[in-house]
Design a protein around this ligand. Structure first.
Ligand SMILES: Nc1ncnc2c1ncn2[C@@H]1O[C@H](COP(=O)(O)OP(=O)(O)OP(=O)(O)O)[C@@H](O)[C@H]1O
Length: 793
């Protein structure tokens, strides 16, 4: 039967299991099972009364003249004979119940998972009862059935009667403890509750008696009062009589209190396990999924084709790394020689050849102190006379010392090779990024969603832009336009312009902006604030959906458990890429830092990830608050040790050789990677390929952000002046230099606000008009004059 049902399931959904039934089939199968179980039940019952008469007919099943006495005739007699006589005896009666419950579950479309447990327990019960009946009711073997009889026979041959009895007791304990969760505490608390119930009942009885007695007395008093009234006696006497009676009653009550049970020291609690009922919403969602399949966010661009690997070039690196034995030998000798000069003996040396550098792993002789080698780092590098030597003493978790020496002929790691690698292709990550290859020539793939934000730094010309392109290319190769959106900030205006072609596929922008790629500072501030609004909105949606992160939210939405009418929608990941972050921080200061820090702190759960690149990794660009929220850092070659420390918290990035040689850290370990190379024409080919396909009507729209009024009026309106106006005026007059950046620096203000204050100073006649690249003229000579002007206003 079940087989039939499984065959009738041509579900188009991607993930649906082949055993899934449609709603209609479930109702049909469910009702069939319910009716079958009823038939089974009646045949079993009837079998007990008629089995002796019907037994002779079993062999004459086909003979239509012979009729069985079983309520379901020959069918009933045969099936009962099979289950009750040849099977489990009386215990078989559980079977119709199990079948009936299965039918009900199917009929109502309840989740079938819970059934499995019922069946397992049901079958265990059947076996136990059958053996128990076989054991105890030896005179009527029909009770235990053939199975019960044979099993007993078998077990008794090996364990004897006592053994089987003990086995049965154990089975009973097992069932009671596991199924009914009976515990010694539970039993004692059951008896205690019974005891309590009895004593409460007893107490209540006594109280009832007492109150009846009291009522009687009151009645008598009343009668007395009426009588006394009739006799015109003073009322007060009766009140007294009334009162004196009360202590007597109270005493009686307090007598009962002695019989009450003492309070228990430990209160045993029975925990009732509730079988989870499917929620109304789940039933509806299951029905929707049954009828329409899971929600597919990619459906709108159902024909979208992912870029193919041939869009990327080989860059001549077809044969992988070529090993130059001579070079290896030469370097080894140099290392041994150099260390010998410093009286460091080597016990063992091993080389791992990477695409750009070779790692020589050294085990020093016993007794050599690692700190000695560490102190000699610079001298060793000098003696080896090669650029880009990095000494790792010791290699974390290995107990060896590593010396990385650049190869004479570095091989390019092509983007094509890392994209084609099985590690990337099979990566089960939300936002997989193939950065390049490690020193041991393994493809290095990480999940941006787990990072969750990335800080990139490197001096100019060391491969930062190529690195950014590698990140974007990885995501373009793996993600559908519905799943991820980019926000690209490119103050240099040239690096990321290419991506304009995929605006309507992959980019997100502010509602009123024309260009999706952001190049000016005001727009960046608006976009960052808009992203903060998006973040808050997403958190609200997550809260409503009662989930903790974007992945759970989208899974729930795909399973149609969230109603789009309540504002729910499929939420794509948003990746914000900011190139030249230093430039932005210098011009916009806190106005950029605050939203970036806020996003970095909070946006991880809701799928907004930040990638920030900067040429100058100085502390005023990568401030403490930003650094603290960017655990993943990527350093290309930088110019100084200090820069390396700022970005990685350790030296080393200053020792890199450039051209995509980089260090990546996501916590403690620092990994040296050769960044995959993807050239601009390749990126152009990829974006052309994607851009040439059908797109969404517009770029993904971010929420609208209404910024502070940036309009500048030259009205000298004192009441509308900025709160920092006076301080700014003092700064300008003291410095005798009318520049907005001075105000920005001294008062730690954002670009916009400083600009507004300068305009107000101009309106107040303190500074002159804008003069291009020169600073404005200051019209007030000193603080006294300024004081006068401001006081006269
Ligand atoms: N992974 C790499 N493999 C091989 N060569 C590379 C790699 N990355 C960069 N290069 C070389 O270095 C040059 C400069 O790289 P890139 O333009 O990425 O530098 P940059 O750090 O972005 O510079 P800027 O900050 O001035 O924009 C490239 O033109 C390329 O020749």
């Amino acid at each position: 039967m079940a087989k039939k049902a499984t065959k009738s399931k041509p579900k188009p959904t991607k993930k649906g299991s082949p055993f899934k039934l449609s709603k209609q089939n479930k109702i049909i199968l469910g009702s069939l099972l319910i009716l079958f179980s009823i038939a089974l039940f009646f045949s079993f019952i009837s079998f007990y009364f008629n089995w002796q008469d019907d037994q002779s007919l079993l062999s004459e099943f086909k003979d239509r003249n012979e009729l069985a006495k079983n309520l379901l005739n020959k069918f009933g007699a045969s099936i009962s004979h099979f289950f009750m006589y040849k099977g489990f005896g009386l215990a078989s009666l559980i079977l119709p119940f199990l079948i009936c419950i299965t039918g009900i579950y199917l009929f109502l479309g309840l989740p079938l998972k819970a059934l499995l447990k019922k069946w397992i327990w049901g079958l265990l019960f059947i076996i136990w009862i059958s053996i128990a009946l076989g054991f105890f009711a030896t005179t009527s073997p029909l009770l235990g059935g053939l199975v019960g009889f044979e099993m007993n026979d078998f077990l008794q041959d090996y364990a004897g009667k006592i053994g089987v009895l003990l086995l049965l007791v154990f089975g009973l304990i097992f069932i009671l403890v596991r199924l009914f969760e009976v515990t010694p505490e539970g039993i004692s608390s059951f008896f205690k509750t019974r005891k309590e119930a009895i004593s409460t009942e007893f107490k209540a009885n006594q109280e009832r008696k007492a109150s009846r007695k009291k009522e009687q007395q009151e009645q008598e008093e009343e009668d007395l009062l009426i009588r006394s009234l009739e006799e015109e006696a003073p009322v007060i006497i009766d009140t007294y009589t009334h009162k004196t009676e009360i202590p007597h009653l109270e005493k009686e009550v307090s007598d009962f209190e002695i019989t009450a049970p003492e309070p228990e020291e430990t209160l045993a609690m029975e925990v009732e396990h509730v079988i989870e009922e499917p929620e109304e919403i789940d039933i509806l969602a299951n029905k929707l999924v049954d009828d329409f399949g899971e929600f597919d966010p990619t459906l709108e661009l159902g024909n979208y084709k992912f870029p193919h690997i041939d869009l990327l070039d080989q860059h001549g690196a077809t044969g992988g790394i070529t090993i130059n034995q001579e070079e290896l030998e030469e370097n080894k000798n140099k290392i041994v020689e150099t260390l010998k000069n410093y009286k460091i003996g080597i016990a063992q040396i091993k080389a791992t050849i990477g695409p750009t550098v070779t790692l020589y792993e050294i085990v020093p002789e016993a007794g050599v102190r690692i700190s000695k080698i560490k102190n000699l780092e610079d001298d060793i590098a000098l003696s080896l006379a090669a650029l880009g030597i990095r000494i790792i003493a010791p290699i974390p978790g290995k107990g060896t010392i590593g010396i990385e020496v650049p190869n004479k002929n570095a091989s390019i790691v092509s983007m094509r090779s890392v994209i084609a690698s099985s590690k990337f292709q099979k990566a089960e990550m939300e936002l997989p990024i193939a950065f390049g290859k490690t020193i041991s020539n393994e493809t290095f793939v990480v999940d941006l969603a787990k990072m969750p934000h990335l800080l990139m730094a490197g001096a100019t010309g060391q491969g930062k832009s190529v690195g950014l392109n590698a990140v974007l290319t990885s995501l373009l190769y793996k993600k559908h336009p519905a799943e991820v959106k980019f926000i690209l900030v490119d103050p240099k205006k040239v690096e990321l312009t290419l991506y304009n072609k995929i605006e309507r596929h992959f980019l997100a922008k502010l509602p009123d902006s024309e260009e999706a790629i952001i190049t000016d500072n005001t727009k960046v501030i608006h976009t960052l604030n808009s992203l903060c609004i998006e973040m808050d909105n997403r958190y609200e949606l997550l809260k409503l959906a009662m989930v903790r992160n974007l992945k759970e939210y989208n899974t729930k939405f795909k399973a149609r458990k969230l109603n789009p009418n309540d504002g729910h929608k499929f939420l794509p990941y948003i990746v914000l890429v900011i190139d030249e972050f230093a430039d932005l921080i210098m011009t916009a200061g806190k106005e950029v830092e605050t939203p970036v820090a806020r996003l970095a702190q909070l946006a991880r759960a809701i799928g907004i990830h930040l990638i920030i690149a900067t040429q100058r990794p100085s502390v005023n660009v990568i401030t403490g608050i930003i650094k603290a929220n960017f655990p993943a850092r990527l350093a290309f070659r930088v110019t100084s040790k200090i820069d390396s420390r700022t970005i990685l918290d350790t030296a080393g990035a200053d020792q890199l050789i450039g051209r995509g040689d980089m260090l990546f850290t996501q916590g403690n370990d620092v990994t040296r990677i050769q960044c995959a190379f993807v050239d601009t024409p390749e990126v152009a080919k990829i974006v052309d390929f994607i851009g040439g396909q059908r797109a969404y009507p517009d770029a993904h729209e971010l929420p609208e952000y209404v910024g502070e009024d940036s309009g500048t009026s030259l009205d000298n309106n004192v009441s509308e002046r900025d709160a920092k106006f006076r301080e700014a005026a003092e700064v300008i007059v003291i410095a005798q230099q009318g520049s907005a950046s001075l105000i920005q620096r001294k008062l730690k203000l954002g670009y916009n606000r400083a600009g507004r204050i300068i305009d107000q100073l101009e309106a107040a006649g303190i500074v002159g008009p804008f003069e291009g690249s020169k600073a404005r003229q200051v019209y007030v000579a000193d603080m006294v004059a300024l004081q006068q002007i401001l006081d006269n206003e």
